[in-house]
Design a binder for this molecule. Structure first.
Ligand code: ADP
Length: 454
C-alpha cells in the first residue's frame, strides 16, 4: 500500500533521516518498508540506552507518535495477576488530565471487552477511544472525550506473552485518519517495543541478581568480621585465664628444680625436664595467643632497646632444648661480634622461639636444626633451617595468615594454632624487618628473620 502525501515526513519529526528508495522498487512500497526498518532501528537505539522507565516510555511513545502521525500514543502495561492494565508514565501528546483515558482498567481474559480482545485476542481495534476507559464497551457513535473516533488499539506482546496495549490517538492527517500503512507501522513498533521491554526486564533481573549477590557478600564479610572478633575475644580471655595457673605451676617446678621443696626422688628426677619443656611449650602458646589478641586490638606497643640479637637467640634455644628429641641435633651458630638491633627483647624472643620450635616440630623424624645469627647485607639475620617435612609451593600462601595451618599427611598429628608465623612476621615488620621462607618438600625449610641493625 502506498503512502498518502502529507505535510511533514514523520521520520523527520522523529529525527530519522529519510533513506532513498532502492532502484527498481515501486517508490511507495519501498519507502514504507524502509520506513519500518528505520523506525525499528531508531526505536531500539533510543530506548535501549535508558534505564529510567519514564524516559523509556517517553522516548518510545514520542517516536511512535511521530512515525504514525498520531497526536498521541500511550502504552498500557498488563498486570496478569491483578488482571489490570495500567497506563505507563511518559505518554506522548496525552496526559492524565484527559478524562477517562489514562486510568487503569480491568483486563480479564474471556470478558469479551475491548481490552480482552486486544490483549488476549491479539486484535487491532480501531475507531474507539472510550470515555469510560479502555475496557468499557464503545460508545454508540464511537466518539470519546478526545472528540475523535480516530484511534487504534494494538496488542503489545512478545512472541508468547501479552505485555499490554499500545494506543495511538488522533491522526494528524485531518479527515483521513490512520491508514493501513500506519497500522502496519504501529504493529511493527509494538513488536520492537516488546523486544526492548524484554531486554529491559532481563537487564533488571540481572541487576537484581547482582544486587542480591552484593548484599550476600556484604553479609558474609560482616559475619566473618564478627567471627574474627569472636576469635580475638576468645584468645584474649583464654590467654589471660591460663596465665595465672601457668605461673603457679612454673613456680612449683622451679622450686622442685632448685631443691627448695627438698630432694627430688630418683623417680621424679627424669620427669622434671619434661615438665619444664611442656611448661615452655604452654608458655609459648599462651604468649602467642595473648600477643595475637593485642595485635588484633591494635594494643601492641613495642618497647625498643638496643640489644644483642645473639642473646635473644641463645635464650630461646636454651628454653627449647628440652623439647628436642634424641633424633634432633640443635646447632647454634652465632657471629663472634655482637649483632646489635633496636628491638623489643620479649617480642623478638617470641619470634625466634616460634621459628626454632617449628623447626623441631615439623621435623618429626629428627635431623639437624641449625640456628645462625649474624649480620649480613647490612641487616641482622637469624636463619633457622631444618631437615623436616618441608612446605609445598601451593601451601606457601597460607603460612603467615592468622590461624593458617598446612594440613598434610605428615603434619596431621602435629599440634598447633596457626598463630605463630602470623605473629612472627607481624612483629618482625613492626621492627622494620621481615620473616621469609624457602623450602623443599620432603627435605626441609629455612625461615629467616631479618632486622635493621642498630
Ligand atoms: P602452628 O605451628 O601452630 O600450626 P605456625 O603459624 O607457626 O602455626 O605455622 C603455620 C604452618 O606453617 C604450620 O601449621 C606448618 O604447616 C607450617 N610450618 C611452619 N614452620 C614449618 C617448618 N619449619 N617446616 C614445615 N612446615 C612449617
Amino acid at each position: 500500500m502506498g503512502l498518502r502525501s502529507r505535510s511533514q515526513d514523520p521520520r523527520e519529526a522523529a529525527g530519522v533521516p529519510r533513506p532513498a528508495s532502492r532502484p527498481g522498487e515501486e517508490d511507495g512500497a519501498g519507502d514504507a518498508r524502509w520506513r519500518v526498518a528505520d523506525a525499528m532501528a531508531d526505536l531500539w537505539r533510543a530506548v535501549s540506552a535508558t534505564t529510567d522507565t519514564r524516559i523509556f516510555f517517553e522516548e518510545l511513545s514520542r517516536r511512535i507518535a511521530a512515525l504514525a502521525s498520531a497526536r498521541g500514543t500511550v502504552f498500557w502495561l498488563l498486570d496478569a495477576d491483578a488482571e489490570m492494565l495500567s497506563p505507563q508514565p511518559g505518554a506522548a501528546g496525552l496526559d492524565d488530565t484527559e478524562p477517562g483515558e489514562l486510568v487503569s482498567v480491568p483486563c480479564r481474559r474471556g470478558s469479551g471487552d475491548v481490552a480482552d480482545r486486544v490483549v488476549f485476542g491479539d486484535q487491532v481495534v480501531r475507531g474507539w477511544w472510550g470515555a469510560g476507559g479502555l475496557g468499557q464497551a464503545p460508545e454508540p457513535n464511537g466518539l470519546g472525550p478526545t472528540g475523535s473516533p480516530d484511534c487504534v488499539l494494538l496488542p503489545w506482546r512478545t512472541r508468547d506473552r501479552p505485555l499490554g496495549v499500545l494506543a495511538a490517538v488522533d491522526s494528524n492527517r485531518a479527515g483521513v485518519g490512520f491508514s493501513d500503512d500506519d497500522v502496519r507501522m504501529l504493529r511493527a513498533a509494538a513488536a520492537a517495543a516488546a523486544v526492548a521491554w524484554e531486554h529491559r526486564e532481563a537487564h533488571g533481573e540481572l541487576a537484581l541478581a547482582r544486587e542480591r549477590e552484593v548484599a550476600g557478600l556484604r553479609e558474609q564479610i560482616e559475619r566473618s568480621f564478627q567471627l574474627e572478633q569472636l576469635k580475638t575475644d576468645f584468645l584474649k580471655l583464654a590467654s589471660h585465664e591460663l596465665r595465672g595457673p601457668l605461673g603457679v605451676i612454673k613456680g612449683y617446678v622451679s622450686m622442685m628444680e632448685d631443691g627448695t621443696l627438698g630432694d627430688v626422688s630418683p623417680a621424679l628426677a627424669p620427669v622434671l625436664p619434661v615438665l619444664r619443656a611442656k611448661l615452655e611449650e604452654m608458655n609459648q602458646l599462651v604468649n602467642e595467643m595473648l600477643e595475637t589478641a593485642r595485635l588484633d586490638d591494635s594494643a601492641l606497643e613495642l618497647r625498643l632497646a638496643r640489644l644483642d640479637l645473639r642473646e635473644v637467640v641463645e635464650s630461646a634455644v636454651h628454653a627449647l632444648e628440652p623439647l628436642t628429641g634424641a633424633a634432633h641435633s640443635l646447632v647454634v651458630d652465632t657471629a663472634a661480634e655482637p649483632v646489635l638491633v633496636p628491638g623489643d627483647r620479649s617480642r623478638l624472643g617470641i619470634v625466634v622461639t616460634n621459628l626454632v620450635h617449628n623447626a623441631i616440630k615439623y621435623s618429626p623424624r629428627g635431623g639437624r636444626v641449625c640456628v645462625c645469627c649474624a649480620a649480613a647485607d647490612g641487616m641482622a639475620q637469624v636463619a633457622v633451617s631444618d631437615q623436616g617435612v618441608g612446605i609445598a609451593p601451593e601451601h606457601m600462601g597460607l603460612l603467615f595468615t592468622r590461624f593458617g595451618r598446612v594440613s598434610t599427611r605428615e603434619t596431621a598429628g602435629i599440634p598447633g594454632t596457626g598463630l605463630g608465623l602470623y605473629l612472627a612476621r607481624d612483629l618482625a615488620r613492626r621492627h622494620g624487618g621481615d620473616v621469609q621462607v624457602t623450602s623443599t618438600p620432603g627435605q626441609g625449610s629455612t625461615f629467616t628473620l631479618t632486622l635493621p641493625l642498630a
